[in-house]
Write a protein that binds this ligand. Structure first.
Ligand code: EMZ
Length: 387
């Protein structure tokens, strides 16, 4: 099997029942697997909520034990959700600006130049993690050097090699953000912390706690997801050199290719919701206060919507994927993430002839009934630069 292949473990359950089951720390989850059902439930925020009292519970695995700060706007329901979102939307659209894109291009180009000649590159630690961290300095509008600290945290801010929920590690992030907020209060600038501290919300300023909630989301939400997307992209082009050549010749389809790779990789497998009152999902009873999940990864392989769902079709015409979620809570960082992938593909297609995979270790998510590969724990490659 190709190393870059990401199989669809949900196919049978999606076809037969539309629903899957998993037990997360004793708190079961009914997973919605069909695109139509996922989109519908994502819309129904009154029935399937994000903003309950049990902070961290909509994440799977649940983060209730390691987090008591609400991530904003991610763990807030409408109408408040929309008010928070309105405060931050424009900021998260900055990746569309030329200057931002030029800076990102320079960052990614220098990273690729730095590793292209090496005999062996470990993609997760030497490319994906530094790329994600450095690009985040642009999103937050803070000095580039700050990324060194974040690189030291590894691929996930809440998970470590030892445990999938690491409270000590989470504390490092919380303390760091507290300190940065205090710095911004003492010395306001044009960084994201300062912008948030100055924002008007319902006729008042945001509290430190709210600012912290937005910052935790910004640090946590786009970290392993972007790292997996970057690593999977390298593995894919290693095994499909013809695709890289094609994108060099047809740069106009890179935007489509980004959407297709996002669909195929689905870096975030699913996201939970809490059921407000007794109801049904996909003809199964869903009890009040139980959890469901919207399984983006399964929905993105739904053959009733996507032709040849298990193939990467770089210029796929109709691609209503939900890799960045759907409806109110669709990914705030999507513009930034898309720009990262677009730039990475552009730079690779211009500078790299071929990529050889030397060694790899898959990262498999255990969802009880389903085992899903989301990327790699490690991926060793050698690049062959363009002559
Ligand atoms: C949460 C989540 C957001 C969660 C869009 O996803 O990403 C996860 O990686 C974090 O652990 O806290 O931010």
């Amino acid at each position: 099997m190709d190393k870059s292949q990401l199989n669809d473990p949900f196919e049978q359950a999606r076809l037969e029942k539309g629903i899957g089951h998993m037990n997360d720390q004793g708190d079961p989850v009914q997973m919605l697997l069909r695109l139509k059902d996922v989109r519908k439930a994502a819309h129904q925020w009154k029935s399937f909520q994000s903003g309950g009292d049990e902070i961290g519970r909509i994440v799977i695995p649940s983060e209730e034990k390691i987090r008591d700060i609400r991530q904003i706007p991610f763990e807030v329901d409408p109408p408040e959700h929309g008010e928070y979102r309105a405060l931050v939307d424009a900021w998260f659209k900055r990746p569309l600006e030329t200057e931002y894109q030029e800076k990102l291009h320079r960052q990614i180009e220098s990273l690729i130049d730095g590793i292209a000649q090496m005999d062996s590159v470990e993609v997760v630690s030497q490319l994906a993690l530094p790329l994600q961290s450095r690009a985040l300095t642009l999103l937050l509008n803070i000095p580039y050097e700050e990324s060194e600290t974040w690189i030291g945290w590894g691929t996930h801010v809440f998970r470590s090699e030892e445990t999938s929920l690491d409270g000590d590690k989470a504390a490092i992030l919380y303390d760091y953000i507290d300190a940065q907020i205090d710095k911004a209060i003492a010395n306001p600038g044009d960084d994201f912390y300062s912008v948030l501290l100055d924002a008007d919300f319902q006729g008042r300023k945001l509290t430190k706690e709210e600012v912290k909630g937005v910052m935790i989301l910004t640090f946590a939400g786009g970290r392993d997801t972007v790292i997996n997307a970057v690593t999977n992209t390298i593995a894919y082009f290693a095994e499909h050199p013809e695709s890289l050549k094609r994108l060099k010749k047809e740069p106009e389809i890179i935007g489509k290719a980004v959407e297709e790779l996002a669909r195929y990789f689905s870096p975030l497998t699913h996201m939970g919701r809490v059921v407000a009152e007794d109801t049904q999902v996909c003809e199964h009873a869903a009890k009040a206060n139980s959890r469901i999940s919207l399984c983006w990864a399964s929905a993105n392989r739904d053959a009733s919507v996507f032709e040849r769902p298990n193939e990467v079709v770089l210029d796929r015409k109709m691609n209503p994927h939900v890799a960045f979620g759907f409806s109110h809570h669709k990914c705030l960082g999507a513009t930034h993430a898309r720009q990262i992938l677009k730039t990475l593909i552009t730079v690779l297609s211009q500078k790299i002839e071929t990529i050889a995979i030397l060694d790899s270790k898959e990262n498999i998510e255990d969802l009880d009934q389903f085992k899903r590969k989301v990327g790699f724990d490690s991926l060793h490659v050698q690049f062959k630069p363009m002559a």
